[in-house]
Unconditional design. Structure first.
Length: 433
């Protein structure tokens, strides 16, 4: 059996295992070790399992993942999301659709200290949804806004997906984080514009809130100092060259812990719960990482990345034609797979193509994260949709998809803008020390 056929069989088996609900990391590891063993021999394949696992869990650079997850856990437990929503509502709640706009602003702020889209969507399903329903916002709109706002969790740094992409492609994780700042702000602005357009296109659809007095605005603003300080400390430190992304992750986790304790927001039980949550998530991420590395060795011996590069570059579509083809592939995969699994499975194959075409790897990282972010909300899967459904059980899945549709259109437009103007992602990294 030639290597091309072995690689095809490997991918077919991988997708069958995932359809049978075998965990993605386990499925990739099983196919990777079996395929590698078939070609090279089972003895080196089994040795590879132990070596890869030990090297991954002891690699200093990989510490960026658990530390940022711990930072997000401390921030979530200490109630920063409610403070952000209260501040957003105080300043924006009087506009037509103001609670929706405030939710997007709060999601953006929370994303800056969380790094997880699923956590952001779940958190604001509890914080923002009851408020919007109390003021008679339609279910479809309320859930659609939260689903879209949740995607900011992986777009605005620090982001677990950015970190994993950087580790896989050996790119500077700090530059990737900084590259996500302006596209993240663009996402927030365009989501707010979308809500504004909906409000004025359908005047009776969204209510107008009461303008808050300045005393309430200032009171709400005082509560968000912790979030602003934490974000400025972590991202400012990376941008200014004070510490690496891994060091920033440790500093961010320590900063979130100290702020929570000083403010009296983290009890002993809260600290234990945060540590346990971060440990569980880290274990899941590292299982996927180890599985992906094992699968990567299988791809290497079958020379799949090189063959895919030759095939795509030989299609005669031009560099941007191939890029659009890759983006469409990610949109289809978004219907089937988790965001992190999608990145880990496909980037080792696609990345050589991007380099061969002459695209900037930092810019492509931002582009991939934006595309994966779109996969979190478009049908028929949309991870954020099901997260919201699990928290808000009185709403139908179809209702959430209906509400999120305008934001899917917005995301596609934003993707086109970033492809047309790469400087949006590359300006800040180019200014780093």
């Amino acid at each position: 059996m030639n290597t091309d056929l072995i690689a095809i069989v490997g991918f077919v088996v991988l997708f069958v295992l995932m359809l049978l609900r075998v965990p993605v990391g386990m499925a990739m590891g099983l196919v990777g070790v079996t395929g590698f063993g078939y070609i090279v021999g089972m003895s080196p394949a089994l040795k590879m399992v132990g070596q890869t696992s030990m090297r991954t869990v002891t690699d200093y650079n990989f510490a960026v993942v658990p530390m940022f997850l711990l930072m997000g856990a401390f921030a979530t437990t200490s109630g920063m999301s409610r403070e952000l929503f209260r501040a957003g509502n105080a300043f924006l709640g009087h506009l037509r659709g103001g609670l929706g706009i405030a939710t997007i602003a709060a999601c953006g702020g929370f994303a800056a200290i969380c790094g997880s889209s699923v956590a952001t969507a779940a958190t604001f399903s509890k914080v923002a949804y009851p408020e919007m329903r109390r003021f008679n916002y339609p279910q479809s709109f309320a859930t659609g806004v939260i689903a879209a706002g949740g995607t900011l969790g992986i777009m605005i740094p620090p982001s677990t997906v950015f970190a994993v992409y950087g580790l896989i492609t050996e790119q500077d994780v700090g530059k990737l984080f900084v590259a996500g700042v302006l596209p993240g702000l663009l996402a927030v602005a365009m989501y707010m514009m979308t809500i504004t357009i909906i409000g004025y296109a359908k005047p009776g659809f969204l209510p107008v809130g009461v303008r808050a007095p300045w005393s309430e605005k200032l009171s709400a603003l005082k509560d968000v100092w912790a979030t602003l300080l934490l974000f400025a400390f972590v991202i400012g430190g990376i941008y200014g060259g004070l510490f690496t992304a891994t060091e920033a992750a440790g500093m961010g986790a320590g900063g979130a812990f100290i702020i929570g304790v000083v403010r009296g927001r983290l009890s002993g039980a809260d600290i234990r719960r945060s540590l346990l949550e971060a440990t569980r998530t880290t274990a899941a991420v590292f299982t996927i990482l180890i599985g992906a590395l094992l699968f990567g060795y299988f791809l290497t011996v079958t020379q799949t990345p090189q063959k895919v590069t030759m095939f795509l570059t030989g299609l005669g579509l031009g560099k941007y034609g191939i890029l659009i083809l890759i983006m469409l592939m990610y949109l289809v995969l978004g219907c089937l797979m988790d965001a992190l699994a999608m990145i880990i499975l496909t980037v080792p194959i696609i990345f050589p193509v991007i380099i061969a075409l002459g695209f900037d790897p930092i810019w492509f990282g931002v582009l991939i994260v934006m595309t994966v972010e779109l996969g979190l909300i478009h049908p028929p899967v949309g991870m954020n949709i099901f997260v919201i459904k699990s928290v808000v059980d009185d709403v139908k899945i179809s209702t959430i998809f209906y509400g999120v549709f305008p934001f899917v259109i917005t995301d596609i437009l934003r993707l086109a803008i970033l492809i047309a103007f790469p400087i949006i992602a590359l300006y800040l990294p180019s200014q780093m020390k």
